[in-house]
Design a protein around this ligand. Structure first.
Ligand SMILES: *[C@@H]1O[C@H](CO)[C@@H](O)[C@H](O)[C@H]1NC(C)=O
Ligand SMILES: *[C@@H]1O[C@H](CO)[C@@H](O)[C@H](O)[C@H]1NC(C)=O
Ligand SMILES: *[C@@H]1O[C@H](CO)[C@@H](O)[C@H](O)[C@H]1NC(C)=O
Length: 242
């Protein structure tokens, strides 16, 4: 099988680069996509092993890596009897198209590589560090396509510039697969659910998004010893449809 060595190589490259990052600099050049690259041939993972999210019903527009935090609040804080309540999230969305188009990520390996990306890059501090990693190791330039946040009305929002804006309305969720990465370094309370959100009023150019292959993001089980505001590191793939 091709993908096992690939994932191993990629994982160890990640480990060495984290150490080497501050010392190495080179000028990356854009690499031509491999022949026949077509984003719409990719299929979003839908199953956690026993249940599935609904299938997409429109055209794939972007596959992004979301890297940021899930926010929770503890009221009252520090007490074992209260539980953290979700109050929002904030993440940068890195466009993965240049990665998929790269000859290194050939068609045999593409879904395996993609699916493993959130767990690997949960271990890097933030989106800019991830972008730096790809420049140095693969000579691939990745860009931040947009941001994910909750608006003043508490609606999950995805602002992707020219690609569009999605205000999300939840239509499906499943628990992340049992083997999902629970947090940075494989430590943490768990991976947030996989989601399917469709468009709420105010959306433009985008009709839906899937959050899959989640890594981290779940809060501690109780507010015992926790502050008022908790930010939990997470990463996920966000697949956007037009
Ligand atoms: C696609 O599915 C979503 C969620 O079930 C639904 O809201 C939307 O109307 C559907 N769109 C089309 C074009 O069928
Ligand atoms: C898949 O998701 C469903 C719904 O959330 C959950 O009941 C089930 O336990 C999950 N299966 C696995 C294998 O995690
Ligand atoms: C959540 O994230 C925002 C950034 O969007 C931050 O300002 C806020 O303090 C964080 N924490 C909570 C609990 O909202």
């Amino acid at each position: 099988m091709y993908f096992s060595p690939l994932t191993t190589i990629f994982g160890s490259l990640l480990a060495t680069t984290v150490i080497a990052l501050p010392h190495q600099q080179q000028t990356p050049t854009k690499i031509a996509p491999r022949q026949g690259f077509d984003l719409t041939q990719y299929h979003v993972p839908l199953s956690n092993g026993s249940q599935s999210l609904p299938s997409p019903n429109s055209t794939l527009k972007a596959i992004t890596l979301g890297r940021g935090t899930q926010n929770y609040t503890c009221k009252p804080s520090g007490t074992p009897t209260s539980v953290p309540v979700a109050v929002g999230a904030k993440a940068n969305l890195i466009d993965l198209s240049p990665l998929l188009a790269h000859p290194f990520f050939n068609s045999d390996a593409e879904s395996v590589v993609l699916d493993a990306v959130p767990a690997w890059f949960l271990n890097l501090a933030d989106a800019n560090t991830i972008i730096e990693f790809f420049k140095i190791v693969f000579n691939i330039i990745l860009d931040i396509l947009g941001v994910h946040f909750f608006n003043d009305a508490g609606v999950p929002t995805f602002s992707l510039g020219d690609t569009g804006t999605l205000l999300g309305k939840k239509v499906g969720d499943i628990i992340a697969p049992a083997n999902a990465d629970p947090g940075p370094g494989g430590q943490g309370p768990g991976a947030v659910d996989w989601l399917y959100l469709s468009q709420a009023p105010g959306s433009e150019g985008l009709s839906s998004v899937y959050r899959v292959e989640t890594a981290g993001g779940k809060p501690p089980k109780s507010c015992d010893g926790q502050p008022d505001d908790i930010e939990v590191q997470y990463a996920a793939l966000y697949w956007f449809y037009e």
